[in-house]
Design a protein around this ligand. Structure first.
Ligand SMILES: O=c1ccn([C@@H]2O[C@H](COP(=O)(O)O)[C@@H](O)[C@H]2O)c(=O)[nH]1
Length: 273
């Protein structure tokens, strides 16, 4: 998947929604627990009900790793289903990896080659040699954490180093990495007011913006400060969509939530012209 394909999907669907597949066995409808793979059964129903409203899906790997081998199999079935049934959608492994070069290479192979995700989230703390192994893969995106949505973001990310906020240093330094055109950046929707400054450093790159929905971030604020001529935004919502209902109508309820966001996104796209 490349940026042109992604933009094509955004224009076609009037949406830049990413649905987070943070599938928690304790929160899915109880009737699904009789299925051989309840997590996959839930994901498949959600995907079938919402694929026309979004341009990306983002399983957070923690929700699969928590169940060991079984969880990894659910993740593998989910990505295979997405790639075979809806190949035009962007798939993001939210894994937040980051390690020394040879280890980073194996992480990249795991998510890009073995599982065949289009993108993976990476933590920038270990620097260039921990990120560049991911960037070597053509037609894949590496999504670097820049300014996260949680309160702990203020512990380090906004602290000044030599007179400049650390998240800005992350953005500027990442632009010097080889194949930096294959980067996207995570910026939390709860930090929308920072987007104006962020856009001065990365005017063109796509931003993955989690935090709309359960975390209370505002789509309108994100668009006001973060949208570019080529959209440049993927806005994620997970729990608010996934757990709209715990009854048999869970997939339809999820689709209604997703549709609400898609309609709001379409308005923002029209405003942009
Ligand atoms: O800064 C960040 C980075 C990642 N996330 C992840 O996004 C989703 C958000 O889920 P909601 O249920 O919509 O709150 C989740 O997987 C987080 O781990 C984030 O929230 N903030």
């Amino acid at each position: 998947m490349n940026t042109t394909d992604l933009l094509d999907q955004i224009e076609k669907k009037g949406s830049f929604l990413c649905i987070g597949l943070d599938t928690d066995q304790e929160k899915i409808p109880p009737h699904l627990l009789d299925e051989p793979d309840p997590i996959f059964a839930f994901n498949k129903a959600i995907i079938d009900a919402t694929h026309h409203l979004c341009v990306a899906y983002k399983p957070n790997t923690a929700f699969y790793e928590a169940y060991g081998l079984k969880g990894w199999e659910s993740l593998s079935r989910t990505i295979e289903y997405l790639n075979s049934s809806y190949p035009h959608l962007l798939t993001i492994a939210d894994a937040k990896r980051g390690d020394i070069g040879n280890t980073a290479t194996r992480y990249a192979e795991a998510f890009f080659n073995d599982l065949n995700f289009d993108a993976v989230t990476v933590a920038p703390y270990m620097g260039r040699d921990s990120v560049e192994p991911f960037l070597k893969f053509p037609d894949k995106f590496t999504i670097l954490l820049a300014l996260t949505s949680n309160a702990g973001a203020f512990d380090f990310q906004t602290r000044e180093v030599d007179g400049q906020a650390l998240y800005k240093i992350v953005l500027e330094t990442a632009l010097t990495y080889e194949h930096s055109d294959r980067l996207m950046f995570v910026v939390g929707a709860t930090k929308a007011e920072f987007l104006k400054e962020i856009r001065k450093i990365v005017p063109e790159h796509f931003l993955l913006v989690p935090g709309v929905g359960a975390q209370g971030g505002s789509l309108e604020e994100v668009c006001k400060y973060g949208m570019t001529d080529r959209v440049g935004l993927l806005v994620n919502s997970s729990r608010k969509i996934l757990y709209a209902s715990r009854e048999k109508d869970f997939a339809e309820a999820a689709a209604r939530e997703a549709e609400g966001l898609q309609k709001a996104m379409k308005k923002e796209l029209i405003k942009r012209g």
